[in-house]
Write a protein that binds this ligand. Structure first.
Ligand code: ZN
Length: 75
């Protein structure tokens, strides 16, 4: 009976770990309708564009790969 209990606990832990891994993967890609239609501003040239089309780096958004490379304009 003891062995059976250990098996059940091991199975429970395995399921719990798998669920944690799956939910962790989901959290990495937030794709709510609000996030898709939300407008963000390019940190370099200031143009507004949908978040889905923006490139992000360091918590900032950029309109193109070129502006992401150039970085935020400091003025
Ligand atoms: Zn830009």
């Amino acid at each position: 009976m003891g062995r059976f209990l250990i098996l059940v606990v091991a199975l429970f832990v395995l399921i719990w770990l798998l669920r944690g891994a799956l939910s962790g993967r989901k959290r990495g890609r937030p794709e709510s309708p609000e996030a898709r239609s939300e407008l963000v501003q390019c940190a370099h040239c200031g143009v507004h564009l949908p978040r889905m089309e923006a490139r992000s780096a360091g918590g900032r958004h950029f309109c193109s790969e070129e502006h992401r490379r150039l970085g935020a304009r400091e003025d």
